[in-house]
Design a protein around this ligand. Structure first.
Ligand SMILES: Cc1cc2nc3c(=O)[nH]c(=O)nc-3n(C[C@H](O)[C@H](O)[C@H](O)COP(=O)(O)OP(=O)(O)OC[C@H]3O[C@@H](n4cnc5c(N)ncnc54)[C@H](O)[C@@H]3O)c2cc1C
Ligand code: FES
Length: 355
C-alpha cells in the first residue's frame, strides 16, 4: 500500500511537560484498517508553516490496545514543526497524517515468556512507552526492565502513567529513572546513558537475567553506546532494535560524489499505478528529489535516511544509497531502497512505490 496523507481531526491535546504535548487523532471508521499499527511505529504529520510544506514523523505513544492514535511531540530548539505543534495546534483542527509506518515494532505473542530490556531518553520514550504497554498487557509471562534517562523530574514524559504501570505490574516491570542534572540519591541513577553507564546498569540490574530483546530510542550516541554495551554482554545483534529520530550525519552527495564515473540514467518511477520517466545523473540529486521535481507526489518525511516513508522497490537496474538507518538487511536484500538516499548506478532504473 502506498502511504498517503489523510486529513484528520485533532481529538485531544495534552500538555505532558513544559516542552512536550501529546496529540490524539480521530480516525474515521473507513480509515481504521489503514491506520492499524504495531507498537513502535510512527505517523508522519504534514502542515504548511510559513508557506512551506513541512513533514515530520512522530512515534505513536499509544498502544494498539488503547484504541487511540496518540503521538507526543517534544519541542526542539529552533525546531520548525515541533515549535508549531507545541505552541499552535488546537483541538478540533485538521492535520494531514500519513498511515502508520516503520520497522521499529514489537510483535507480541501471548505464549512469550521473554525478558525485555528497554532504553529511552527524553522524547525517545514515545515508541518505548507503546512497546512497554503492549508487552505488559499482551504477554502475561514476559518481564520488562526499563531504563529512562532525562535531565530531571520535570522532563519526564508520561511520569504518572509509568508510575501507574509500575504499581499495576509490580512483579513484571522494573523501571529505573536516570537523571543527568538531579540526584536520586545513588550513583547508578545519576548521569547520561553512555556505554560505561550501560555496563554498570547491566551489572546492577541484569547480571542474572537472560535478555531476549532490547529496544532503544534516544539520541544517536546513546543508541550506539547501548548497542555496544549490549553486544559486549552477549546480546545478539538481531535482538537489539533501535529507532533513531535524527542523525547528526549529513548527506555526503553534494560534497563527495561517488568515485565511479558519472553516468546518465533513464529513471522510471511508479506511484499509484502511474509512471513517470526522467533522466538523472548518477552523482546528481536523489531519486526522490528528481521524481518530485518531475511532478510525482512521492511520499517522504525526514529526507535523512532515518524514517522509511520514502521506501520503494528497485524492479530494474541498480542504485546506491548514501545512508540507511531505517531498512532492515532483509528489505535491502529484497531490493528496497530509501529513495531520499538513492542514486542510480546503471543506465536504466525502474523504481516502484507500489510494491
Ligand atoms: C521515525 C521517527 C520518529 C520520531 N518520533 C518522534 C517522537 O515521537 N517525538 C518527537 O518529539 N520527535 C520525534 N521524531 C523527531 C521529529 O520527526 C522531528 O525531527 C523533530 O520534532 C524536530 O523537528 P522540527 O521541525 O521541530 O526541527 P527542525 O526544524 O527539523 O530542526 C531544528 C534543529 O534541530 C535539529 N534537530 C532536529 N531533530 C532533532 C532531534 N530529534 N533531536 C535533536 N536535534 C534535532 C536539527 O538538526 C536542526 O538543527 C521522530 C523522528 C523519526 C525519524
Ligand atoms: S524520507 Fe525519511 S528516510 Fe527518506
Amino acid at each position: 500500500m502506498t502511504p498517503k496523507f489523510h486529513s484528520l481531526k485533532i481529538k485531544n491535546i495534552r500538555k505532558e511537560t513544559s516542552t512536550c504535548v501529546s496529540i490524539s487523532f480521530e480516525i474515521p471508521n473507513e480509515l481504521k484498517e489503514d491506520f492499524r499499527f504495531q507498537s513502535g511505529q510512527y505517523l508522519t504529520l504534514r502542515s504548511t508553516i510559513n508557506k512551506e510544506d513541512v513533514r515530520r514523523s512522530y512515534s505513536l505513544c499509544s498502544a494498539p490496545s488503547d484504541n487511540e492514535w496518540r503521538v507526543a511531540i517534544k519541542q526542539v530548539e529552533k525546531g520548525i514543526f515541533s515549535t508549531y505543534a507545541v505552541n499552535e495546534l488546537q483541538e478540533g483542527q485538521f492535520l494531514d497524517v500519513m498511515n502508520p509506518m516503520g520497522n521499529f515494532k514489537l510483535v507480541t505473542d501471548v505464549k512469550h515468556a521473554k525478558s525485555y530490556v528497554l532504553f529511552a531518553a527524553g522524547s525517545g520514550v514515545t515508541p518505548i512507552f507503546s512497546i512497554l504497554k503492549s508487552i505488559l498487557r499482551e504477554e502475561p509471562n514476559s518481564h520488562v526492565t526499563m531504563f529512562y534517562g532525562n535531565q530531571g523530574f520535570a522532563e519526564v514524559i508520561f511520569r504518572e502513567e509509568l508510575e501507574n504501570l509500575k504499581n499495576e505490574y509490580l512483579n513484571r516491570l522494573c523501571l529505573i529513572h536516570l537523571f543527568s542534572r538531579e540526584n536520586l540519591g545513588n550513583a547508578i541513577q545519576k548521569g547520561r546513558i553512555d556505554e560505561q553507564k550501560c555496563l554498570d546498569l547491566h551489572k546492577a540490574f541484569l547480571s542474572n537475567e537472560r535478555i531476549d530483546d532490547v529496544f532503544i530510542c534516544g539520541p544517536e550516541q546513546m543508541i550506539l553506546d547501548v548497542k555496544a554495551a549490549m553486544l559486549t554482554k552477549g546480546v545478539s545483534e538481531k535482538s537489539i532494535h533501535f529507532e533513531l529520530f535524527h542523525s547528526g550525519l549529513k548527506k555526503t552527495t553534494q560534497t563527495a560524489p561517488s568515485k565511479e564515473s558519472d553516468i546518465s540514467t533513464k529513471v522510471t518511477v511508479i506511484l499509484d499505478d502511474d509512471s513517470i520517466e526522467f533522466p538523472l545523473d548518477s552523482n546528481g540529486m536523489t531519486i526522490l528529489d528528481a521524481a518530485y521535481k518531475a511532478g510525482s507526489d512521492v511520499p517522504y518525511a525526514c529526507k535523512g535516511g532515518v524514517c522509511c516513508t520514502c521506501k520503494a522497490k528497485v524492479l530494474k537496474g541498480t542504485v546506491r544509497m548514501d545512508l540507511n538507518y531505517a531498512l532492515t538487511p532483509e528489505e535491502v536484500e529484497a531490493g528496497y531502497i530509501l529513495t531520499c538516499q538513492a542514486h542510480p548506478t546503471s543506465e536504466e532504473v525502474l523504481v516502484s512505490f507500489d510494491d
